[in-house]
Design a protein around this ligand. Structure first.
Ligand SMILES: NC(=O)c1ccc[n+]([C@@H]2O[C@H](COP(=O)([O-])OP(=O)(O)OC[C@H]3O[C@@H](n4cnc5c(N)ncnc54)[C@H](O)[C@@H]3O)[C@@H](O)[C@H]2O)c1
Length: 352
């Protein structure tokens, strides 16, 4: 299969690119190389004959038309997005432009490409979304594919908007789409501004490890390599027009994740005292959703997919990876020294 992967230099996109090439697919990686991109994350496939890279922005419609005409992919796996909730609080405009307008452009370019080839039924537009579109859960319950949308941050609102556009392009134009909504990913190559890398890197720096609020927010943690495997399953075998929730079956409170990561570091690279002593509770994120949990029964029952990595194992692999790959994260921190700073507290009066 020839896949056009958007956002293939990001955290999840790069895992998809590496895995797809390893599975024998041809891959065109389309990425605008924003601050969140890391070309080093796809270095292992960069010279592979089945891999091509196109630097392009999904807001640039002529570039999308040119790239689709040049490569003629069988499927588009759309991951390019602004993805950091804290940034969406400080600067929502970029989220609307990339996540909504960019997805609209890509849908239109995909439709033209698909119609130009005689509307092949085996073409796929696979839109990668998030469980955050469903809002926040209480102490019980899980999100199913039928849970009504209730996004509450600028990030999740723009992802919800893009999901609706994708469904509309199927309903109105017949574009063969599939959607996936996944829970919080973690693993190797996770960009340093996200929770687990922040914990590892702040711990190693001997700096305070920030935990928002009381750390009681619950997330369902999905190992990124498992997610990449699920995405490649859905793009090949998912039913047209259908969405699939992807979860790790690993619910945990943020504070418990932070403590486990500290304990893993204590074992592997002991500091002056237990790293957990560096934990500092800080002001919560505005509108911080309390709990997300995924009911993964559709992807399991229809496609036979389930996660392979437990949270214990995945966290251990992740910590080991960051310890072995200092050059990767040091390069990113040198490029952007403020990467580990707190964002998204939205001081009164600040408007982007
Ligand atoms: N990380 C998670 O836990 C998670 C959970 C659920 C869903 N998702 C979704 O998965 C997708 C990938 O997430 P991620 O964590 O890998 O994101 P990321 O921020 O690590 O990477 C995003 C990539 O998209 C590229 N990009 C951004 N704007 C672009 C534009 N206008 N044109 C072209 N490329 C652009 C960036 O350069 C970057 O390489 C996103 O759609 C996100 O909403 C992520």
């Amino acid at each position: 299969m020839k896949l056009l992967v958007t956002g293939g230099c990001g955290f999840i996109g790069s895992a998809v690119v590496r895995r797809a090439v390893a599975q024998g697919h041809a891959v065109v990686n389309l990425d605008a190389m924003t601050y969140a991109a890391s070309p080093e994350s796809v270095a292992e496939v960069a010279d592979h004959p089945a891999y091509a890279f196109e630097k392009a922005d999904i807001r640039d419609r002529p570039a999308l038309d040119r790239i689709l005409a040049a490569h003629v992919p069988d499927a588009i796996l759309h991951l390019a997005a602004e993805s950091h909730v804290d940034r969406s609080i400080d600067g929502p405009a970029a989220f609307v432009e990339t996540n909504v307008t960019g997805t609209f452009n890509l849908l239109e370019a995909a439709r033209r490409h698909w119609e130009g080839r005689g509307r092949p039924r085996d073409f796929r537009f696979h839109h990668v979304s998030t469980d955050e579109v469903f809002g926040s859960l209480g102490e019980t319950g899980q999100f199913t594919e039928d849970t009504p949308y209730d996004p509450r941050s600028p990030y999740s609102a723009t992802k919800a908007a893009s999901d609706h556009l994708v469904r509309a392009w199927h309903g109105t134009y017949g574009l063969p789409v599939v959607l996936t909504n996944c829970s919080n990913n973690y693993g190797p190559y996770h960009f340093p501004e996200k929770l687990i890398p922040v914990v590892i890197l702040k711990a190693l720096q001997g700096a305070p490890i920030p935990v928002y609020g009381a750390g009681a927010n619950v997330r369902d943690w999905l190992y990124v390599e498992d997610h990449a495997d699920a995405l490649l399953t859905v793009v090949q075998r998912g039913r047209i027009g259908r969405s699939y929730n992807i979860g790790g079956e690993n619910e945990a409170r943020n504070i418990d994740i932070v403590r486990r990561v500290c304990a893993l570091l204590d074992e592997r690279r002991p500091g002056n005292g237990p790293y957990a002593e560096q934990i500092a509770f800080v002001e919560d994120r505005p509108g911080h959703d309390a709990r997300y949990a995924i009911d993964p029964s559709r992807i399991r029952d229809e496609l036979g997919w389930r996660p392979s990595v437990t949270l214990e194992e995945g966290l251990a692999r992740t910590v080991d990876w960051y310890l072995r790959n200092e050059a990767w994260w040091r390069t990113l921190l040198e490029r952007r020294p403020a990467l580990l700073e707190r964002l998204g507290t939205f001081p009164a009066g600040k408007v982007s």
